[in-house]
Design a protein. Structure first.
Length: 460
């Protein structure tokens, strides 16, 4: 018994989600790396600019410093006005080194107000630059740049020049840029995700159209896949249509051969039947019985071969109501002398059998004929569709069948009553054809007191 392959669950079960998930991960990863790289580049650029500005201020301080007395002084104020605003975040200071060394802050900017920069006491060579991170006014972190200079006329006396700036002058622009960069990248990510969704939906639309075309073939509304498809899908469509055409040709050839064989067998049987009809006696009666049995067997195996060739063929679709209505009219004429009430009850209008019309007629004809033979006054039928299956119910008000005898009547050549005309192959043919199509036949007790036959077949 074959089993359908288990479908993958979750996002792996759909190509659309796979493509979207892969695209989304790639977009987010790329934008994250790009955002981190841009933020780092901007931070390094500002950091270099920050230290270059400190170096410029330190050069200006060294150029303006006068050391012709014991106390140094500035020949001119530095150009940046922030040095004059208290706690502005930009500071300078001059400390004495050597014989005149005293408390730090011999000379300092107005922006320090009453504060002093406490600089680590490290050894400095003349003209050498040192960078430190120290605590400034109000305990705010500062980036500091220092240099040691010696006047030419008093080389024993050294002066330590210090310029410092609040780290927020560096961190705040970086934070603003990072926030704006995140917002811009978020908008870009949304646009890219939307573009990816649209691209996936448009790109996979031909697959949805192909699926609809296949559904039309499966349901019998078309004999081949029709429509225009992209170059990537068109070879698949052409191959599939070619396979359908080849299979249809094989089925047609098999049906023709089966018909030819049946015709070749029926012709000698007709000759024997005609010859036996002109004679009397036990031998003629035996010939007539065997010829009738042979014809029934030929019809049975021909129907089975035809159904076996048709099963699985896409495009098969037979409306149930017209077939059933036609058979009911035939049965009413055949059993006219018994004045049976043969009625079609509830029938779903769009009920379609996924198979050959001849096979449906063969199955329903046998069941209706059997019901009419056993019915006392009425036969009723109904058709319903549920979960992709046709349910055709035939009820009669005859004597019915005991439950322990119901399975036996499906055996070939077995009849419920030997006095009733028939070959005993009717129900066997019905079960064989139904099973070929993946259906079933069930026997139960009819509400009218007779036998109920329930035929389950695949719906189109």
């Amino acid at each position: 018994m074959s089993h359908a392959p288990q479908q993958p669950r979750g996002w792996r079960g759909t190509l659309r989600l796979r493509l979207l998930a892969g695209t989304l991960v790639w977009i987010l990863a790329t934008l994250a790396v790009a955002g981190w790289g841009l933020a780092q580049l901007f931070h390094r650029h500002l950091e270099r600019q920050f230290h270059a500005e400190l170096s410029t201020h330190l050069d200006q301080l060294a150029a303006a410093l006068l050391t012709d007395g014991e106390t140094p002084r500035l020949a001119a104020a530095l150009s940046d006005p922030r040095f004059t605003r208290p706690y502005s975040g930009l500071y300078w200071q001059v400390d004495a080194q050597g014989p005149a060394a005293s408390a730090p802050g011999v000379l300092r900017s107005r922006s320090l107000w009453d504060a002093v920069l406490n600089v680590p006491d490290d050894a400095l060579d003349d003209g050498q630059l040192h960078t430190h991170r120290i605590a400034g006014p109000e305990r705010r972190p500062l980036q500091m740049l220092e240099r040691l200079i010696r006047p030419v006329d008093t080389p024993e006396q050294a002066w330590r020049l210090i310029v410092a700036a609040d780290e927020t002058l560096l961190s705040e622009p970086v934070a603003r840029f990072t926030g704006q960069l995140r917002a811009a990248l978020a908008v870009l990510a949304a646009g890219l995700v939307l573009a990816a969704v649209v691209q996936v939906l448009i790109g996979l639309r031909p697959l949805a159209e192909l699926r609809r075309a296949l559904a039309q073939v499966r349901d019998g509304r078309a004999n081949a896949i029709e429509g225009r498809f992209p170059r990537e899908l068109q070879p698949l469509v052409d191959d599939f249509n070619g396979a359908l055409a080849a299979r249809a040709e094989v089925v047609a050839r098999a049906r023709t051969q089966a018909g030819n064989l049946a015709h070749a067998v029926k012709t000698p049987l007709a000759v024997l039947s005609n010859a036996a009809a002109q004679e009397s006696g036990p031998l003629a009666e035996l010939v007539r019985e065997q010829v009738a049995l042979a014809r029934t067997q030929v019809d049975h195996h021909l129907a089975r071969a035809r159904a076996a060739a048709a099963v699985g063929m896409p495009g098969l679709r037979t409306a149930v109501q017209p077939v059933l209505a036609g058979l009911l009219r035939v049965m009413a004429r055949v059993h006219e002398e018994r004045q049976l009430r043969i009625a079609l009850g509830e029938c779903t209008p769009d009920a379609h059998f996924r198979g050959e019309a001849q096979d449906l007629q063969e199955m329903l004809g046998n069941l209706l004929d059997n019901a009419c033979k056993w019915a006392q006054s009425q036969v009723s039928t109904s058709v319903a569709v549920h979960a992709g299956q046709l349910g055709i119910v035939i009820d009669d008000d005859g004597p019915g069948l005991p439950e322990d005898a119901r399975e036996a009547v499906f055996a070939r050549g077995v009849r419920a009553d030997e006095q009733t005309p028939g070959s005993g192959l009717g129900l066997a043919i019905v079960r064989d054809l139904a099973q070929l199509y993946g259906g079933t036949v069930e026997l139960a007790t009819s509400p009218a007191g007779g036998l109920r036959v329930i035929l389950h077949l695949p719906a189109a």
